[in-house]
Ligand binder design. Structure first.
Ligand SMILES: Cc1cc2nc3c(=O)[nH]c(=O)nc-3n(C[C@H](O)[C@H](O)[C@H](O)COP(=O)(O)OP(=O)(O)OC[C@H]3O[C@@H](n4cnc5c(N)ncnc54)[C@H](O)[C@@H]3O)c2cc1C
Length: 933
């Protein structure tokens, strides 16, 4: 292995305090709590998403009799878990979160500690971490290493990594009853299980159990162990379900994201010289011993008094890198990172960042063309949202390509693991993909977070990752960004956007637990809130808040509880790259074809937003005024939408492709991402074979390769492409046809004699829908206005135009405001009451700004004064009405914006409370509005 140095660079300080505990193991948690209780400012850092990792990731539920474990047990019992059984994996995870947050420990998850940081004099000054904001520093004079195998301290002190003897991985079984002392079964040696036996122990709930599968680990990498243990668990379950009566009706719900490691007997002990400010938890399998030591170490953590040893003897040659960085609105202190050592890998043809939904297909397609590819991902299993994210069902999207073959294998694998599954089995998917990735042309590296690149001109020539053993550089000819978030393209400097134009918010994210419903394996997909997923602090907050939402859903009972939590968060939307073409929803509705079309996509405008006031004008019309939320559509995807600007050899094999926020609501489904992944894999391989950049690859050469794989676009179709008379005839109808006719008529409103149409039409539905289309099409004559005013005056509410459309009179008001109809502000003013839900109030506030009438000022100010104490609660999509989300901030900012449009800044002071909002998205939005107000 060759080493290279990453050049020093500017970065930001994530946190500053007295003690950093690295590793969210139970020992790390105990140490953090004890130090915090002793008055220290403590930060607990964890590379994965959860804390108390023995319990939350490796699912070791038999906790010793120690204060931390008792506190966890008490908390889970308070939520309904049986007190006399092992701790529940989900509730135990929530309990650890609560203990830490209640005690005031700063928690950062999905932030990988990579090395110790020293100050100018050589004393310990904290830890460098890598995450969604690239490399940052967590500053403190004391560091406690609570990682498995003391990895951080061993590297810092030049001690070799502790060799492993075995690992254990657990499977969560439902429909399996085992005695309190556990049970075991002999399994064939061909399954590769250590000792030829597997054991099961009871889980927290009756009729549920945890299967323990052990494997020999000597000399094997983390990636190999993750793959082999996943295979072993699924193979064992399939075999037991066939051969052992107790298992016949049992379901494998999930496989633990983490492994329990067993060190070799002869592993050298690590001696940490005193005075460095560095402490380590003892490396023993006895959790009670680790917890006892942690309590003491937490209290005693002492600041550095001796210099850290310098170890690296790498060549002086420095790589200049481009890396992700924190959002400026986080207001973090700037710091300078010293040059860092990185392992330099052999050059490969293609690097694929991310083995999620699109990435797996990119990797397999590239490998099938015979190029050498490296696949890098932070998550423990491949498959992304569909496996680790537990969204195990297809929703629209088009078939074709490699997915049809893999789907068959997943279906077969799933039926071997469970009697009944809603959608496909996420573990079967992970297993099928893991096996498929074991291709001789592929090198897969799990546990690698991509945070930067080496760029030469317009080419990415290397990809940087952070892993448990430090930094890595993977030189490549072509890079494929399949991170979902566009991390690679963003780090490389491609222009990116995030969120909608109105306020910069992406769609809400979900936090998805798995559950059994009436004997069927399923998942609970509910929206948890908003996050800018491209920022380390924000993503960490979102994980904790997502879990807090899960915690709200109690009390839990034997009949109604979750089994496991998704190990990646459900991000619907993140960055989009600006490609050589930016695809819009209009392109789909107008049936636009492209000279370089490579595939089609298919879905509806699946936008989970509740507040259409902040969506684009197009979206507001489409959803609110034409009632078209559910309408299915398909359209062409050009190759140029997969090529980010300013970079010649990067392809976008994920939802970060070049679309606008509106089209993204449609163009992100799993099937479509799989096809797009496959296209990128073929294009990357072909470019590498020809020695050219993917941007230079002629589409005429790509298309036959795709066609041979069963990937071909569906011919585009122009929506509601009918003569005007027919369109007018559809206004009396319902649903999609009516909505699409309204949409098309609003675009060709000039071609209609609206007074004649309205005079000759008795049907009130057709008159109303026609008047909306005419008004939005700029043809708001007196007859049109009269129809809308009548609906408004009579407060006609029903029938609504579609899902997510408000009452008809609100739609009429919005249309009248849109055209600035005289007196509309006076009419809307009295509608601003708490009788209407917050999303409708937002629409009306926006309409007042748009109408531009002075009466709007008084109406908005009165509304703000009258509702000063109100939260504006809204249940998010799939959310729990008992635990709604407050829309107050949205209301305030929208009101201030509308007032500003009306020339009134008297309420701008209300933004002062929001410009330092704890959520980045609000803070950023409030600052922008304040800057413009
Ligand atoms: C809650 C939710 C529900 C949905 N419901 C459905 C549905 O029912 N049906 C449907 O078809 N679609 C659904 N979708 C949409 C669809 O699942 C996603 O849009 C699609 O899976 C995204 O694929 P992707 O490859 O872009 O990202 P992902 O599948 O998320 O893959 C990204 C991969 O990159 C890795 N990664 C990310 N950043 C880094 C980094 N910096 N370094 C290394 N690795 C990294 C991740 O670990 C992950 O493995 C849903 C999406 C969500 C979030």
């Amino acid at each position: 292995m060759q080493w290279i140095r990453l050049a020093g660079r500017r970065a930001t300080q994530l946190w500053c305090g007295d003690l950093v505990v690295v590793g969210g193991s139970l020992g790390g948690v105990a140490a953090a709590l004890s130090a915090r209780r002793a008055g220290r400012r403590v930060c607990l850092l964890e590379a994965g998403p959860t804390l108390g990792t023995e319990l939350s990731a490796a699912w070791s539920t038999g906790l010793p009799d120690r204060p931390l474990c008792q506190a966890i047990r008490d908390d889970t019992a308070s939520r309904g878990a049986p007190a006399d059984r092992p701790v529940d994996v989900v509730l135990g995870t929530l309990a650890v979160d609560r203990l830490l947050l209640d005690t005031g420990v700063t928690v950062l998850v999905c932030a990988r500690a990579t090395r110790l940081v020293r100050d100018r004099r050589g004393f310990l000054a904290g830890v460098e971490v890598a995450g969604k904001s690239g490399r940052q520093v967590v500053r403190a004079p004391c560091v406690l290493d609570a990682t498995a195998g003391q990895r951080l301290a061993r590297r810092a002190l030049g001690s070799s990594a502790r060799p492993l003897r075995a690992v254990e991985r657990r499977g969560y079984m439902v429909g399996l009853t085992v005695p309190a002392e556990g049970a075991s079964w002999a399994v064939p040696s061909s399954l590769g299980v250590l000792g030829g036996r597997v054991e099961a122990v009871p889980a927290a709930w009756p009729g549920e159990a945890l299967l323990r599968v052990r494997l020999a680990a000597a000399g094997l990498s983390e990636t190999v162990l993750l793959g082999a243990s996943l295979h072993a668990v699924t193979a064992v379950v399939a075999w037991l379900r066939q051969h052992v009566a107790e298992f016949a009706a049992a379901t494998l719900v999930d496989v633990s994201p983490g492994l329990t490691e067993e060190a070799s007997a002869g592993a050298a002990a690590l001696a940490v010289p005193p005075g460095l400010g560095l402490a380590v938890l003892p490396d023993t399998p006895d959790l009670a011993v680790r917890l006892d030591a942690a309590e003491g170490l937490g209290r005693e953590a002492a600041a550095a008094t001796r210099r850290l040893p310098r170890l690296d003897a790498a060549p002086r040659q420095c790589l200049r890198t481009r890396e992700l960085a924190a959002a400026p609105e986080q207001d973090l202190t700037a710091v300078r990172l010293a040059p860092a050592l990185a392992r330099l890998h052999e050059p490969c043809d293609v690097v694929i960042a991310g083995y999620g939904t699109g990435g797996v297909f990119a990797a397999l397609a590239a490998a099938e063309r015979g190029v050498r590819a490296v696949v890098l991902d932070a998550a423990p299993v491949p498959g992304g949202i569909g496996s680790a994210g537990r969204i195990h069902s297809y929703y629209h999207g088009l078939r074709g390509g490699l997915q049809d073959r893999l789907d068959e294998a997943v279906t077969g694998g799933g039926s071997a693991l469970a009697p009944k599954v809603r959608g496909y089995h996420p573990v079967a998917r992970a297993e099928v993909m893991t096996q498929a990735l074991q291709h001789p042309c592929l090198e897969v590296c799990s546990g690698h977070t991509v945070f930067g690149v080496v760029r030469e001109g317009t080419r990415v020539t290397g990809v940087l990752t952070a892993a448990a053993d430090g930094y890595h550089v993977f030189p490549c000819q072509v890079a494929v960004d399949a991170t979902g978030d566009g991390d690679l393209a963003a780090a490389a400097g491609a222009p990116m956007t995030l969120g909608r134009d109105g306020d910069g918010f992406p769609q809400p994210y979900s936090y998805t637990p798995s559950l059994m419903r009436q004997g069927e394996l399923g998942h609970h997909n509910f929206d948890a809130g908003w996050v800018d997923p491209t920022d380390t602090l924000e993503l960490s907050r979102a994980h904790l808040e997502g879990r807090a939402q899960v915690a709200c859903r109690g009390p839990y009972t034997p009949e109604r509880h979750y089994c496991t939590l998704a190990s990646i968060i459900g991000l619907r939307e993140s960055r989009f790259a600006r490609g050589r073409v930016v695809l819009t929803f209009d392109d789909f509705l107008e049936g636009r074809g492209f000279p370089d079309t490579v595939c089609s996509a298919y879905a509806h405008h699946d936008n989970h937003a509740m507040d259409y006031a902040e969506e684009s004008e197009w979206s507001r019309r489409h959803v609110v005024m034409f009632g078209l939320w559910r309408t299915l559509w398909h359209g062409d995807v050009p190759y140029r939408a997969l090529l980010p600007r300013r970079l010649d050899n990067v392809l976008l094999a994920c939802r970060a492709l070049s679309v606008d926020h509106d089209l993204h609501q449609l163009l992100r489904m799993q099937r479509d991402m799989q096809v797009i992944g496959e296209i990128c894999g073929v294009a990357a391989a072909e470019a590498a074979i020809q020695g050219i950049a993917p941007a230079a690859l002629p589409v005429e050469e790509l298309r036959p390769l795709l066609a041979a794989r069963g990937i071909a676009p569906r011919p585009p179709r122009r929506a509601a492409d009918l003569p005007v008379a027919e369109l007018l005839g559809k206004l009396a109808g319902e649903g999609d046809e009516r909505g699409l006719a309204m949409w098309r008529l609003s675009r060709s409103a000039k071609a209609v004699d609206w007074p004649a149409f309205l005079a000759g039409t008795a049907d009130p539905n057709a008159r109303f829908c026609g008047a909306i289309a005419a008004a939005l099409g700029g043809q708001a004559g007196p007859e049109v206005v009269a129809v809308l005013q009548e609906v408004l005056r009579s407060r006609q509410a029903e029938p609504v135009l579609g899902l997510k459309s408000p009452q008809r009179y609100v739609v009429a008001a919005l249309a009248l405001a849109e055209i600035g109809a005289p007196g509309i502000a006076e009419a809307i003013g009295p509608m601003l009451t708490l009788e209407l839900p917050a999303p409708t109030l937002l629409l009306l506030l926006r309409a007042l700004g748009k109408a531009g009438q002075p009466a709007g000022v008084g109406a908005i100010r009165r509304f703000l004064a009258e509702t000063a104490q109100h939260d504006f609660p809204v249940a998010l999509w799939g959310g729990d009405p008992a635990h709604p989300t407050a829309f107050r901030d949205a209301i305030v900012i929208r009101a201030v914006r509308s007032l500003a449009q009306l020339g009134d800044t008297s309420e701008a002071w209300r933004l002062d409370a929001l410009v330092d909002h704890p959520m980045l998205l609000w803070r950023r939005h409030a600052r922008r509005v304040k800057g413009g107000a």
